[in-house]
Design a protein around this ligand. Structure first.
Ligand code: NAD
Length: 264
């Protein structure tokens, strides 16, 4: 049997119990990477995800429930994952939340939580992953930003600030490691139908007294010219490419996969 491209590598994907993170974790596992899961959720559901990934792709898996708002828990997770697997070769900073409100009404506690999870947690995982990556002179850091890392929408001040911020962190991390085998890039998805977006679809349906299907269509047509959702599988395939040798000179990009959103 041919060796899979990511065999022998370990990938830690934050927020991988759901949505895009799960899609990326499974795409990396399909290429042979051991997977460290993180994120919230029902313990039995998470155990089943781990088991299914291990069995389907023949890779080792682990799970750490670190809360991405808590630097001490992030540090513990990184130490434990390094101790268990010997290295974290691929780091995908994906955990994220949304809150929608105008600036003057934005709850301060929600602002702090969005910035902590969507931006500051990636600073902590990155600073803690880099020393071991440098020792091996190989690493891939992939930050899941958003179309909102490139353009803005009303009502999303904390989210847009966090996503523009992570695009900046991506560029600096890429530059500081430009002469090493470590790359850092961002992926900027448009609308993907995950629990994070389903909440926004439901809120729109309730506010405008329209069906869920109509709310989905309106949400898409407002921003995403293709009129179709991006899928976690498509984002997983882009992450796999970023981990390949072919992508070794792709450094510091913010790569949108957004059905044409930011082309407008
Ligand atoms: P999701 O709600 O399906 O998944 C979010 C994941 O983050 C879950 O695993 C959740 O448990 C985890 N998480 C949340 N708070 C956490 C915390 N404090 N500590 C640890 N884990 C935590 O959402 P998703 O749509 O898959 O979003 C994943 C990433 O993609 C986010 O960064 C989001 O901003 C980004 N994104 C999503 C879309 C979209 O349309 N869905 C578009 C662009 C970018």
């Amino acid at each position: 049997m041919q060796t899979r491209p990511l065999a022998g590598k370990t990938a830690l994907v934050t927020g991988s119990t759901s949505g895009i993170g799960l899609g990326i974790a499974q795409a990396l596992a399909a290429e042979g990477a051991a997977i460290v899961f993180n994120g919230f959720g029902d313990a039995a559901h998470i155990a089943a995800l781990q088991k299914q990934t291990a069995e389907q792709f023949g890779v080792k898996t682990a799970y750490f429930g670190a809360d991405m708002t808590k630097p001490a828990e992030i540090e513990q997770m990184m130490n434990d994952a390094l101790a268990q697997f010997g290295s974290i070769d691929i780091l995908v900073n994906n955990a994220g939340i949304q809150h929608v409100a105008n600036v003057e009404d934005f709850p301060v506690e929600r602002w702090d939580a969005v910035i902590a999870i969507n931006l500051t947690s990636a600073f902590h995982t990155t600073r803690l992953a880099l020393p071991a990556m440098k020792q091996k002179n190989w690493g891939r850091i992939i930050n899941i930003a958003s179309a909102h890392g490139l353009v803005a929408s009303a009502g999303k001040s904390a989210y847009v600030a966090s996503k523009h911020g992570i695009v900046g962190l991506t560029k600096v991390t890429a530059l500081e490691n430009a002469q090493t085998g470590i790359t850092c890039n961002a992926i900027c998805p448009g609308w993907v139908l995950t629990p994070l977006v389903q909440k926004q679809v439901d809120a729109r349906a309730a506010a405008n007294s329209i069906s869920i299907d109509q709310a989905k269509r309106e949400l898409l047509m407002e921003k995403q010219p293709s009129g179709e959702f991006v899928t976690p599988e498509q984002l997983g395939a882009l992450a796999v490419f970023m981990c390949s040798d072919a992508a070794s000179q792709v450094r510091g990009v913010a790569w949108n996969m957004d059905g044409g959103w930011v082309a407008q």
